[in-house]
Design a protein. Structure first.
Length: 322
């Protein structure tokens, strides 16, 4: 069966690739040293301790993460994920790596779409615990079994190193900038609303390109800002002033996570810069699609195919670096 969330958490504490974040306090909030201050939010991406703060922030808001997402996006965040899966053009039997998987929504969307094996990777133990629990509830299984057979969903994955799970979904403690996967080992890499939280996005994109097989696809889903001035003004009023207050209240958060969110979007790479990093990593045919009046953008890049060769292992597994 699916390994417990506690196992995922233990794995994450040992393999995330960054120094551990400050432990949460007894009341569930992070220690003051990890909370974002207004001064630090002037340039959240320029901080040397960004990774530690981001990990502590997500640990603090994990229990209410899904609720806040659904309420403040009015459920349309799930539509964005389904569209991202379609942009990946995933096929049955392919291996998908979903980086910064959080509570597993995008990874499970790939399972429903028929991917053969999905690795959900995150460096926050609390998020992996929730993803493993959500996967165990099995609401995705009917769609996956229709494509792969009723007995397939209980098969254990081979060659997935420290990942825990059963059936197509496995949860892996991993740092986006140092993935514990072999070169050319997955068919699709995805990351939804996570690339701006990485300390070095260009390095992470290089890692994504490294683990992609020839012909593989990278899909990045990220927040952006509407281009039309009136819409941009209305959205910024909501995003910068209303959402931080209501989301913080729902989460009971003291980490500053929902003040970080709009600042991290406002100060992140431009669309052209992100596309440039994808091209510099060797990806081709890069496309961008702006959805819902431009508040999200989906990027897609292809890794050039090798002529007359394939990088797929005979058993379809994922080679892990040990």
């Amino acid at each position: 069966g699916v390994a417990s969330g506690d196992a995922a958490a233990r794995s994450a504490r040992g393999g995330a690739g960054h120094p551990p974040a400050s432990a949460p306090g007894g009341d569930g909030g992070p220690q003051p040293s990890t909370a974002w201050t207004q001064r630090e939010l002037a340039d959240p991406h320029g901080r040397a301790d960004k990774a530690r703060r981001v990990r502590a922030m997500f640990a603090a808001i994990a229990p209410s993460y899904d609720l806040n997402n659904r309420l403040h996006a009015l459920g349309i965040d799930q539509l964005w994920r389904r569209r991202a899966v379609r942009m990946s053009q995933v096929r049955g039997g392919e291996v998908v790596l979903d980086v910064a998987c959080g509570t597993g929504d995008l990874a499970l969307a790939f399972a429903r779409a028929g991917a053969g094996r999905i690795l959900g990777a995150d460096f926050t133990p609390e998020m992996l615990t929730l993803a493993a629990a959500k996967s165990a509830r099995g609401r995705w299984r009917h769609a996956w079994q229709r494509r792969h057979g009723n007995g397939a969903a209980t098969a254990e994955a081979g060659g997935t190193g420290g990942a825990v799970g059963a059936g197509p979904c496995h949860w892996l403690a991993a740092d986006a900038m140092a993935l514990p996967l072999a070169d050319a080992s997955v068919d699709v890499v995805s990351i939804a609303f996570g690339i701006r939280n990485v300390a070095d996005p260009a390095r992470a994109i290089g890692e994504f390109a490294r683990v992609l097989r020839p012909g593989g696809r990278l899909v990045i889903l990220e927040f952006s800002l509407p281009r039309l001035a009136p819409l941009r003004w209305l959205y910024q009023a909501y995003f910068q002033h209303i959402l931080p207050r209501t989301a913080t209240m729902i989460a009971g958060d003291r980490s500053g996570a929902y003040r970080y969110l709009p600042r991290s979007v406002d100060t992140f790479l431009s669309q052209s810069d992100l596309c440039r990093h994808m091209a510099e990593s060797g990806l081709e045919s890069i496309t961008c699609r702006r959805w819902t009046f431009g508040i999200v953008t989906c990027y897609r890049g292809l890794k050039p195919a090798l002529r007359g060769a394939t990088a797929r292992r005979a058993d379809g597994g994922v080679g892990m670096v040990v």
